[in-house]
Every structure is written in structure tokens, then in C-alpha cells.
Unconditional design. Sequence first.
Length: 152
Amino acid sequence: MMLDTTDKKLINLLQNDCKQTTKQLSLQLNLSVTAVYERIKKLEHQKIIEKYVAIINKNKIDKSFLVFCHIKLIQHTREYVTTFEKEILKLPEVSECFHVSGDYDYILKIYVKDMDEYRAFMVNKLTAIKYIGSTQSTFTIEKVKNTTTITI
């Protein structure tokens, strides 16, 4: 779908603060409230806007220990891939999972309280999944950039 300049501005405004009212947005875009409302509904209907979420401060909920875990499967058969992916979906500690190319097959983004909780996760949950050949964990030291905004 082709987005015009106003759609792009609207999307950027919503990405920065989706709780703005249509009146607030209309003032920034020099459009009527109705026009803004209709544009938002169009963007939602076309699945350009998929959903609205709250970004949680992980420090406040004891989930500030961020780990990237690289996974290599034993083999790349359909059974191994589908089994692994089905099991990963069940793990609440895993916030994101990407099937990737390169030395590893998957990269997991995992939030836990601390190293002890990560160890328990690895021993009790992750290594219980069939067909994992190897893992490599990378522990974050400092967040340099973390954004949910995609510039358009």
C-alpha cells in the first residue's frame, strides 16, 4: 500500500504516543478529527497498524536481565524445526524468537530477573526441548539503543 505524507506523519505520531486523542493528532496534522479517525481505521484495517501496546519498565517488574541465546538444532528437518518452534512459544521468558541464517538457527531474546533465574530457565526449560544441539548465551551489559519506532 502506498502511504501518503500525512499517513506517514500520523504513524510516526502514534508510534511515539498512541494514547494521543484524535483531537490532539488532528491539531498536529492540520486535519479534522473525523479525517484522523478515518485514517487510523484505514491503517488498522490494512494491518499497517497491528496493535497498540504498553512498554513496561523491566526494572520495576524484576525482569531486567536480558539474554540473547543462540540455538543450533541437531538437524534442519521439518520435525525438528516445528517441534522446537512449538515448544519455544510456550516459554514466557522468551519475548522474541527469530529463525536466522548463519552459524546458529535461532536467536532468542530472554528476560529474567538475574543469572540464577537464567540458569534455572536453561536447565529446567530450554534444555528440555528436543533437538537442540548447542546454545550460546550473550548477556547484555548496557542498553545503548532500544526503540519500537520504525521510521517511515
